[in-house]
Design a protein. Sequence first.
Length: 130
Amino acid sequence: MYSKKFTRFLAVSVMAVFLGATAARAQVVTIVDTDLDGIDDVVDECLPSDLSTTVTINGVDTGIPNTTANAVGCTLADLIQDMIDLCLDNAKNHGKFVSCVSHETNILKRARTISGQQKGKIQSIVAKMK
Ligand SMILES: [Ca+2]
């Protein structure tokens, strides 16, 4: 039978080999961040992200500061562009498009993603879109 000291040494050695192997495996994982927003492409739902300093809608600078990417790799500019694309796709006419954006920006304001003033700016730009 092994002594207690040897058994402990053996257990520590096995643990060290296990941890070493785990660390070696961890180093093999490669993070790919194509749009350089700090979020791994594997979980990035917005590829490529709009990393502009301000949010632009239909070529008009809103002056609304863009945000860094959230946990799923989307900036505020990405979210607003997605919202506009969704409203453009689903609305049958300009009035319904403006109404859709109004509805969506109200949700963003309630969630405190944008302020009331920013909501007004977006709605004003969208109303002038053709
Ligand atoms: Ca992204």
